[in-house]
Write a protein that binds this ligand. Structure first.
Ligand SMILES: Cc1cc2nc3c(=O)[nH]c(=O)nc-3n(C[C@H](O)[C@H](O)[C@H](O)COP(=O)(O)OP(=O)(O)OC[C@H]3O[C@@H](n4cnc5c(N)ncnc54)[C@H](O)[C@@H]3O)c2cc1C
Length: 369
């Protein structure tokens, strides 16, 4: 009989692992604490950026592996998940130069434009340095993507259970026993734990070598404007007189043009945060928009809140200890890679080695080794 795998967490990573494991013939059970499409974690909402532009070829390679998997998910589920709008990067000329070079080295098309050329093409957006455009970037429909992943997994035989909270994951001699608050424990050959912002409270009892994880509440704004869906995805990189430490990202979505600072929010406990937006942060983001996004200057904005779970090196944790595979620390940039993370999780469950880059117990900045 095919091995059984219980997946804890039905956000985008647990859902992607469920799809890829079910596709390989495993008997999959997904246990998700909240209801379908809930907004308490990291994967909800109308949009996430898909882009190939990373200065680090490792992530370019992962994004290139993710692209056909997103397209396959659309075919299997019959739902649109990725809309290709193009994406732009601007800000620090050094960073933009590195991104252009890495994209070219990967053999993918990109175009460097002057600020004047960019303003002509995207009048809602201002830049003061060279702009890198790549046509393959776009918008992932976040809620639809999670629903499509779970539906595709169910279609392949996975048992997806919402409203079931896992109380503990215990490796046993022959597999795992997963305690739940409903219907008794679930026994399986292996577990995949993908609990997002709850990782610091769930994982230390299950695996060793977890890097310190910082859970923050982030707070992008949606600006309601006509033609929001035509906006490209964009990232404004810090440097060259633009001092916002993590930079600013944005993209068109069904809720308006989304704009957010990257990884600046307060540390929170996911169970205790009240999800109230910080008015000071809202003012600061609106001031950014008045300066850099003239197309949104008159638009009414609406905040949303969401969790980042960040590692010190911003690399993910995708590794296995005994029968337990961990998917954690997606550091505010994981969504675009989800189907590849599902593949990596399935490889680990099947006993193939993981990437050192994503290992538990890896050397971190400031540590020796
Ligand atoms: C504002 C914002 C903007 C972002 N923008 C981008 C972007 O443009 N591009 C990009 O690539 N990435 C982006 N990201 C990052 C991306 O969304 C995340 O990396 C990704 O959603 C993480 O998914 P996850 O499955 O790890 O976590 P989650 O979605 O939080 O899923 C974890 C799940 O585990 C469940 N759970 C927790 N504890 C238990 C338990 N005990 N029992 C059962 N279930 C449990 C939770 O309910 C939750 O559903 C953004 C994130 C945010 C917050």
């Amino acid at each position: 009989m095919a091995p059984s795998v219980v997946i804890v967490g039905g956000g985008v990573m647990g859902a992607a692992a469920a799809w890829r494991l079910a596709a390989r013939g495993h008997r999959v059970t997904v246990l998700e604490r909240f209801g379908p499409g809930h907004d308490r974690g990291s994967s909800h909402g109308s949009s996430r950026i898909f882009r190939l532009t990373y200065a680090d070829p490792w992530y370019v390679g992962l994004a290139l592996r993710a692209l056909p998997l997103w397209q396959r998910l659309e075919e299997e589920s019959g739902r649109p998940v990725l809309t290709v709008t193009g994406a732009i990067d601007h800000g620090s000329p050094r960073v933009v130069g590195e991104l252009a070079a890495t994209l070219a080295a990967a053999g993918r098309p990109g175009q460097v434009l002057s600020p004047a050329e960019a303003a002509e093409r995207w009048p809602g957006l201002r830049s003061d340095t060279a702009v890198l455009h790549h046509a393959e970037g776009g918008r992932l429909h976040a809620d639809d993507a999670v629903a499509a992943l779970l539906a595709a997994a169910s279609g392949l035989g996975a048992d997806v259970r919402h409203g079931v909270r896992v109380r503990g994951v215990r490796p046993t001699g022959s597999g795992v026993t997963v305690g739940t608050d409903q219907g008794g424990p679930v026994v399986a050959d292996a577990a995949v734990v993908a609990v997002g912002g709850w990782s610091p409270s769930v994982l230390p009892d299950v695996v060793d070598g977890l890097p310190p994880l910082r859970v923050t509440q982030e707070q992008p704004l949606h600006f309601a404007v006509d033609g929001a869906l035509e906006w490209p995805a964009f990232v404004h990189h810090p440097g060259a007189g633009f001092d916002e430490p993590g930079g600013v990202y944005g993209l068109g979505s069904a809720d308006g043009v989304k704009v957010g600072f990257h990884a600046v929010g307060p540390v929170v406990d996911p169970d205790l945060r009240d999800r109230t937006p910080d008015p000071v942060a809202v003012d600061r983001l609106e001031a950014y928009v008045r300066t850099w996004l003239p197309g949104l200057a008159q638009a009414v904005s609406e905040p949303v809140t969401c969790l980042y779970t960040s590692t010190p090196d911003h690399d993910f944790v995708v590794d296995r200890r005994g029968p337990v595979t961990v998917l954690a620390g997606f550091s505010g940039h994981g969504f675009k890679f989800a189907p590849v993370i599902g593949e990596l999780a399935a490889d680990l469950v099947e006993g193939r080695p993981g990437a050192r880059r994503f290992a538990l117990g890896r050397a971190l900045p400031g540590t020796v080794g």
